[in-house]
Structures are given as structure tokens and as C-alpha cells.
Design a protein around this ligand. Structure first.
Ligand SMILES: Cc1ncc(COP(=O)(O)O)c(C=O)c1O
Length: 477
């Protein structure tokens, strides 16, 4: 007789198409990690193994995994009252309440909330919104500027905006008119360059790109307050005020993609607030419901909404599930918990000790840089700390996918070893994590990275550890 575990493995291998996964290995009998339970910051698999989830699902489960009862009650109540109705020409109370609450939490005059089913749809909707905004004002602007190595989603528009070449090329030709500028990773900048010089260099490059591509044709600049891909890349001083100033000068809308940074991850409700960004549009998803529901949003300023309020005018865009009442009820319950439990304040209070704990890993020869903010960090791995030399593609494959991903999982830690930019370990736990979790993840990372350093210096075995490529091995997001 097959155990539940075996039956799940067989059915998954035969029927479940995993996202961003090397499926072939599973056809050849490699085990698919099947997560069955969550509690606090921890997950459990079919073997009863427990993992500390230092990635909060996918940078999403702000409140952790233990609020199923409370949130389930809100969902069940809404199911009984009104399981579905649309936001196409109609409203319902939960969408209205959630829009009001999100508008209150959002900085500045970002007052208008358009709901989506997730982050890619939010980015897609933001680009369309920016294009139609300009059209309504009598300008033909369609292009977008984003940053290298930035991830913005997988639907064709959002994918085209991505700055990760490997994700784009299989699907070319993409939506035309996207241009990429440098991201703000400082670690590999020339020695002796000041922060002010770096900011000036970045802004100069952005301005030259705007000028080269035709200022009157550019609809929006889209950037994350802290960029995820490439490893929690924080902006240098003066960067955001400079980007805002350039957007104003050339009549371009500024969109802050807060799919990850929104709802507490950087120690404020929005990264735009923490960095004084003053965007025209915010895209968000994940943390809005702590990923208990598939709901996202585009939040637009009054200035952006204004041309759409003219008589006979419509934002020619809609999504059946946008603002779904059950999803909205779940997001409302999540925000109530986040406020009641002071989740965002907790991040701001604990971020210093979190960072200090992780910083002990900088003593390891393989850890070159620790960057990030709030509950959003990355450790950059280097071959040579003095020269900051990075690993080759082949070495990255061996180090990240051949060794670190499976070994970290084996050691009970879910985080991400990623090399969309330089090789990094991404750490982004639920926002309820405390010193116990900081210590635990740092201890596991310390052991596994020490082993990795030995391995990469040639002293250790080069045999891949079994089983290779598991949870979080290379998944974008
Ligand atoms: C900044 C950013 N934008 C957009 C997306 C796409 O979101 P989704 O996977 O919900 O479509 C992600 C996903 O991680 C993201 O990090």
C-alpha cells in the first residue's frame, strides 16, 4: 500500500506543473518537497521535517502561518454573505473598505485603489494606467524605464519590464519600449567613490537614457524602493529625490513597485514612506493579505486619477477577480491583525538587532557584503573578499544549486540562494520573527556557509549533495 507521502509524490510528479522549477528531475524520481503545515515562522513537510521559513513564503507571509482561524472566519463570513461579485461597474462593501484602508496607509495623495489578483497584474495594470493617463492628456507616451536585474513579474508587460535577461529571452519578442538603467548595488563600485558621487552617476545615467529614448515618449519609470533581485539593494542617499525630480522635469510618471516592500517589510507600511519617494503610482500584492489570499492593487495619486474622472472616460482595463469580496475580506482581516499586533512597528524596533545578528556572518571568508533594511536582507557571496571577486557562472551553479540550496533545506532553513545578479543569499522572514529566529537562521547559515567556503576553496568535496535543487533553489519573484 502506498503511504500518503508516496501517493502525493506520484500525483505531483504526474500532474502538478511547478513554477520556475526544473521539472525533469522530479520525473526521474527526485523527491518534490511537499509542505503540509505552517505555524508561526515554521513549515513542516510530509516527513514531519520542520523548516524555519526565512523567506516568508515568497517575501509575503508578513504575519506568519498561525492566523488561519481568524482569517478563515473573516473569509467564511464573507462567503456566506456574498461569495463573489465584481468590481466591473459595481462595488461591494469589502472592496470599498479595503480601498479606503489602503488609501489611508499609502503615503501622500495616493488615494485611488484598483485591485488585481497579484503582483504581475499590478505591474501590468500600472503600465497600462500610465499609458492611458498620457493618452487622455493628449500625449502619446508608451515606454517604460526600469532597472537591470530587477524582477517585476511574468505576464508579458511585466516580463518586458524585467531587468533579468534570462527570464525575458525565451519569450522574445516582448512588449517593445522598455529600457533599463543601472540598479543601485554599491558593493562593486570603484574604490574611493563617495555615496554622493554614486548617486550623481546613477542620476546622470537615468537622465541620459531619458534623453536618448525620447523624453516625450516615456510613460513611466518603475523601480522598487529596495530592489529584491540582486539582493536587497538599497538606494544611496539622494537617489529617490533625484529620480522624482527627473520624472517631474520630463513629465514621466513614477511607479514604485512595492510588491515586496509594501506592508511592513522595510519597517514602514510602504518603502515609499521610508525613502520619501513620492510616487504617482504604487504597485503591491503579497503582504496586502500576508499571502492568505491572491490579491494585489495599484494605488494611484489624485493627479493620475484626474483625467479618468472626466465625463464619458473609462480606464479601459479590468480583471474578473480584482477586488474579489472574499480576498478583500481576507486582506482586511490581515491588516487588522497587522495593526493590532503592531507588526510594522515591531519590524522597525527589531531591525537593528536582526541586522547585527546577521552581520556576524561577515566574519566568514565567503561573505562579502550584507545589505538590506527592515526584514529584507541579502548576503553577497564572494570568491575573494579583498578583491571582491565574484564566482563564475559554473561556480555559481555548483555553489548555489549544487550545494547551498539543498544543504540549507537539509539543515532546516528555507531561504534563497540566487544569482540573477551576483550570488546572494536572500533572507526575508515573516515580520513576526524575533531574536530566537534571528539566532537560528544565523547559526544555520554560519555552518552551511563555512562548509561552502571550504568547498569553494577546493578543500571540500565537489560532489553535489543529495537531493539537489529543492525549494527556493532558483525561483524568481
Ligand atoms: C517587485 C515585484 N513585482 C512584481 C512581482 C510579481 O508578483 P506576482 O508573482 O504576484 O505576480 C514580484 C514577485 O515577486 C515582485 O517581487
Amino acid at each position: 500500500m502506498q503511504s500518503d507521502h508516496e501517493a502525493l509524490q506520484k500525483a505531483a510528479a504526474e500532474h502538478l506543473w511547478l513554477h520556475f522549477s526544473r521539472m525533469g528531475a522530479y520525473q526521474r524520481g527526485e523527491e518534490i518537497p511537499v509542505i503540509v503545515r505552517g505555524e508561526g515562522c515554521y513549515l513542516e513537510d510530509t516527513h514531519g521535517n520542520r523548516y524555519l521559513d526565512a523567506l516568508a513564503g515568497l517575501f509575503a507571509v508578513q504575519i506568519g502561518y498561525s492566523y488561519g482561524d481568524e482569517i478563515g472566519e473573516a473569509a467564511a463570513k464573507q462567503m456566506r454573505e456574498l461569495p463573489f461579485y465584481t468590481n466591473w461597474s459595481y462595488a461591494h462593501p469589502r472592496a470599498i473598505e479595503l480601498a479606503t484602508e489602503v488609501a489611508q496607509l499609502a503615503p501622500g495623495d495616493l488615494e485611488r485603489v484598483f485591485f488585481t489578483s497579484g503582483g504581475s497584474e499590478s505591474v501590468e495594470s500600472a503600465w497600462k494606467l500610465a499609458r492611458q493617463y498620457h493618452t487622455l492628456r493628449g500625449e502619446r507616451r508608451w515606454k517604460a524605464i526600469a532597472r537591470n536585474v530587477a524582477y517585476h513579474g511574468t505576464t508579458m508587460g511585466a516580463l518586458s519590464i524585467n531587468g533579468v535577461a534570462e527570464l525575458r529571452t525565451p519569450f522574445e519578442p516582448l512588449v517593445p519600449g522598455v529600457f533599463h538603467v543601472s540598479n543601485t548595488v554599491a558593493y562593486h563600485r570603484p574604490e574611493g567613490e563617495t555615496e554622493a558621487q554614486f548617486t550623481a552617476w546613477l542620476l546622470d545615467e537615468l537622465e541620459r537614457t531619458i534623453e536618448a529614448e525620447g523624453p516625450n515618449t516615456i510613460a513611466m519609470v518603475i523601480m522598487e524602493p529596495v530592489q529584491n533581485a540582486g539582493g536587497a539593494i538599497v538606494p544611496p542617499e539622494g537617489y529617490w529625490s533625484g529620480v522624482r525630480e527627473l520624472c517631474d522635469r520630463y513629465g514621466i510618471l513614477l511607479c514604485a513597485d512595492e510588491v515586496i516592500t509594501g506592508f511592513g517589510r522595510v519597517g514602514a507600511w510602504f518603502g515609499s514612506e521610508r525613502y520619501g519617494i513620492r510616487p504617482d503610482i504604487i504597485t503591491c500584492a503579497k503582504g496586502l493579505s500576508s499571502a492568505y489570499a491572491s490579491i494585489g492593487a495599484v494605488i494611484a495619486s489624485e493627479r493620475v486619477a484626474e483625467p479618468f474622472l472626466a465625463p464619458g472616460t473609462t480606464y479601459t482595463h479590468g480583471i474578473t477577480f480584482g477586488g474579489h469580496p472574499v480576498q478583500a475580506a481576507i486582506a482586511l482581516a490581515n491588516l487588522k491583525i497587522m495593526r493590532g499586533e503592531r507588526i510594522v512597528e515591531g519590524v522597525a524596533e527589531r531591525e537593528g538587532t536582526f541586522r547585527d545578528t546577521l552581520a556576524t556572518l561577515l566574519d566568514l571568508p565567503i561573505v562579502g557584503d550584507l545589505r538590506g533594511v527592515g526584514y529584507f536582507y541579502a548576503l553577497e557571496l564572494v570568491k575573494d573578499k579583498d578583491t571582491r571577486e565574484t564566482f563564475t557562472d559554473e561556480e555559481c551553479e555548483d555553489l548555489l544549486r549544487g550545494f547551498l540550496s539543498p544543504r540549507l533545506l537539509e539543515a532546516g532553513l528555507i531561504c534563497r540562494a540566487d544569482d540573477r545578479g551576483d550570488p546572494v543569499i536572500q533572507i526575508s522572514p515573516p515580520l513576526i520573527a524575533g531574536q530566537e529566529e534571528f539566532d537560528r537562521m544565523t547559526a544555520i547559515l554560519g555552518d552551511v556557509l563555512s562548509e561552502a567556503a571550504e568547498r569553494m576553496s577546493g578543500a571540500g568535496s565537489r560532489q553535489p549533495v543529495a537531493p539537489p535543487t529543492r525549494v527556493g533553489a532558483s525561483t524568481p519573484a
